[in-house]
Every structure is written in C-alpha cells, then in structure tokens.
Design a protein. Structure first.
Length: 117
C-alpha cells in the first residue's frame, strides 16, 4: 500500500508493513497493493483454507469458503490494515513466478513442490 509520511509517498508491504527501501523485493498487485518476498514465501508455506468468504488484497478477487488464503497473523497493526490483508493462491503463484523470473532475486519457484491448491 502507499501512504504518506512527512509529505513523501512511502510504499509498504500490505501484509507485514515493511517500507520499501528500493532494495527489498516486492510485487505490486491491483490498486497499489504490495507484497514483499518474505511474506510471499510465508504465504507459499502457510496458506490455509478460508473459513469464510474474503476479498484478495492483491487481485481484489472475491474468494469463497474453502479456497486458499494467507494472512499475516503476526503483522503489527498499521493503518489498521496489515492483519486484514489476504492473498489468494493465484496471486501467490503469480508472485512466485514473477520473482522466479527476476534474476536479481534469490528465489526459485518449484511448481512440483507447490502444486495448485
Ligand atoms: Zn511483507
Ligand atoms: Zn488474488
């Protein structure tokens, strides 16, 4: 997400709240939503089945009960948003593939290890 600090636009991860420092790896979703590589990795490992309908923060897609979802339960509350940010499996895969293609990122997506949920 983007927010203003001292008159500057700061981009920060919607899921953990870390500010982008032009070094850490992040991926943008729709409407300025952002997830950092650390959160994406956690989402790959810790996605669970949603117990209720939710809206994916990254693609704004409406997801039903039982679909894969990840929220950062350890997030600090910042602008009241980070704990509520949710990412669907489609966005996790898309993000993983994007990082995979980026040769500046030490991250490789292994589809065999993470089959489509
Ligand atoms: Zn993050
Ligand atoms: Zn999504």
């Amino acid at each position: 997400m983007q927010h203003e600090e001292d008159g500057y636009i700061v981009i920060s991860c919607d899921f953990c709240g870390v500010d982008w420092d032009e070094v850490i790896q992040m991926i943008e979703g729709h409407h300025g939503s952002v997830i950092c590589l650390d959160c994406l990795k956690k989402a790959m490992d810790d996605s669970i089945e949603a117990t209720e309908k939710y809206t994916c923060t990254m693609c704004k897609g409406e997801k039903g009960e039982g679909e894969s979802v990840w929220r950062n339960t350890e997030a600090k509350e910042r602008d009241g948003r980070n704990k509520h940010a949710a990412i669907c499996w489609d966005c996790v895969r898309l993000g993983a593939k994007t990082f995979h293609k980026d040769k500046d990122v030490e991250f490789r997506w292994d589809p065999a290890k993470y089959p489509k949920k």
